[in-house]
Design a binder for this molecule. Structure first.
Ligand code: XBP
Ligand code: MG
Length: 251
């Protein structure tokens, strides 16, 4: 019998394509409002995604790309202020124009709940961003579908450190071998694998060329009964979309 008891979902890039047209746009709106000559193009943002966490990403941008920027004495406070503004804008965006969930996400969540498979969220984004996405794109009560929403700065080190996965395991009182993580990025799989959790990858628009060594499988998305996934790596027998039977066969 399979040991599978829980699925742990990443958010950005996994539940929905949030980065390019939502997070990035919110950052740029904030920079414009604060009259900063910072503008993150689609291409540059792909490079900045090497660092998880919006505040950490702004610091990385200044360190790597803007040595010319005259930093204020209180740079950390300023970054926190910018990030608060960005978060507000991002949440307004998700409320006014809800993002579409990626293929198979809603179906797999429904199937998990019906099968008694427990659910958790494990992400580096700010907690309110998760709530907005779940409520506006999934269902008004969708936050309650998840036993834990492990998000943002609840642990000191963000992905690729294992801390946020370890935190979720502890909160749910689970062993790593009872779970599968669903991720879209190298930082995500590194984090989950460092916590000894088997990981399935559905690549997103910024991550398709990343290294996913050690993944159960690398797919374009979770697939649907009438919309089979494409397999980039891994042996998933005859399955054409991700369902609980397929995941149970993997651990
Ligand atoms: C997501 C992130 C987040 C978002 C921005 O990574 O790195 O920082 O890009 O959100 P993952 P915040 O998919 O691995 O969770 O600005 O709230 O940090
Ligand atoms: Mg992600």
């Amino acid at each position: 019998m399979s040991k599978l008891q829980a699925l742990l979902f990443d958010v950005d890039g996994t539940l929905a394509e949030t980065e390019r047209d939502a997070h990035r746009v919110a950052f740029n709106e904030t920079f414009a409002k604060f009259k900063l000559d910072w503008n993150w193009s689609v291409e540059l943002y792909g490079e900045l995604l090497a660092v998880t966490g919006g505040k950490e990403r702004m610091q990385f941008y200044l360190d790597k790309y803007r040595p010319d920027y005259q930093q204020p004495d209180n740079l950390q406070d300023f970054i926190i202020e910018l990030h608060k503004d960005k978060t507000k804008r991002y949440n307004n965006m998700l409320c006014k124009n809800p993002l579409t969930l990626r293929p198979g996400v809603r179906r797999l969540l429904d199937e998990s709940r019906n099968a008694g498979i427990r659910l958790g969220i494990v992400t580096t984004t700010t907690p309110e961003n998760v709530t907005s996405l779940l409520e506006h794109s999934l269902a008004p009560d969708a936050v309650s579908w998840f036993e834990v929403i492990a998000a943002g700065g609840v642990v000191p080190a963000k992905k690729p450190a294992p801390d946020i996965y370890n935190y979720a395991l502890q909160q749910m009182n689970l062993q790593p071998e009872q779970c599968i993580a669903i991720e879209d990025s190298q930082n995500g799989i590194r984090s989950a694998k460092a916590a000894n959790i088997s990981t399935l990858i559905t690549v997103s628009n910024y991550t398709r060329n990343e290294d996913f060594t050690g993944a159960i499988a690398v797919l374009d998305n979770l697939g649907e009964p009438d919309q089979p996934f494409t397999v980039f790596a891994g042996d998933i027998e005859n399955f054409t979309y991700v369902n609980i039977d397929m995941l149970k066969s993997q651990i």
